[in-house]
Write a protein that binds this ligand. Sequence first.
Ligand SMILES: C[S@@+](CC[C@H](N)C(=O)[O-])C[C@H]1O[C@@H](n2cnc3c(N)ncnc32)[C@H](O)[C@@H]1O
Length: 313
Amino acid sequence: MNNWLLVLICAVLIITFVFFIWLKEDRKYESSSSVASAYDNWTNDRLLERLWGHHVHLGYYGNPPRSKDFRRAKEDFVHELIRWSGLDKLPRGSRVLDVGCGIGGSARILAIDYGFDVLGISISPEQVKRASELTNQGVSCHFQVMDALDLKLDQNSFDAVWSVEAGPHIPDKQLYADEMLRVLRSGGVLAIADWNERDFYNQKMNIFEKAVMRQLLNQWAHPHFSSISGFRENLMNSKFSKGIVETEDWTMQTLPSWNDSIFEGFRRPQAILGLGVNGFVKGVREIPTILLMNWAFSKGLMRFGVFRISFHT
Ligand SMILES: C[S@@+](CC[C@H](N)C(=O)[O-])C[C@H]1O[C@@H](n2cnc3c(N)ncnc32)[C@H](O)[C@@H]1O
């Protein structure tokens, strides 16, 4: 048999195998424990960390987007959100809570570059362990396992609350908003960034969009998304409301992240290959979801929303 034909048959078999695993073994949201165990697995196999570094969030590429290194874009994202939310106006030593802190990439920037005293919380014990390992002694940044829906923290005890891409995993968006605003002091700074669905009042989802949405939810343990205006209402209507909430849509600024998340596998092949066959299959398994995310964000089914409390009089 012609060698090329053999390679083609193998490639089709591998793709079919991966697609089958992707469709069958989805990671549906069941409870906060299912989110915790999904992140424990993603942390323990080190795939995300080796591939994407210390930040489990999208990068910032400007508008119009400029091509740049993916890891650099992630750091730029943190600085952009700090500037946009007004966090950079707070004095050094201010207390900042990072809700859904991942392995602490943003929390360390907030502590090291801006001198804040940061507490990062995550539902995943393995993330908290890894975040602590990655943080040098003397850096004013600590991590605890805690549920965003039940913050064991005093009312008005933080000067700022930061939360990046944690909301999609949270079933009760009103309670998520309430808890963050409860611990934020009056006049404090809020910086939230999230994946949001478009408002469906005017334009309902068609059949194809519904099928895509099902995968976006079930593959990465998301109960449901809120829209930008819906979550703004949660923040504004909260019993702990701290003022007018402003939003922006950063879909364009963050869009190249999806393709970059895949290209990183080619730029840093050792990151995946070094994890053996299992790591390779796990890495390839994420590609269909990333492609669907890219499609959904570029076609307007999903929007990237950022939220802050207005500091303009
Ligand atoms: C996409 S990651 C973002 C991580 C981090 N913010 C970053 O930017 O690198 C989502 C994070 O939200 C956390 N998370 C999800 N549900 C949570 C909950 N109910 N309470 C606390 N953390 C939660 C996950 O453990 C994970 O750390």
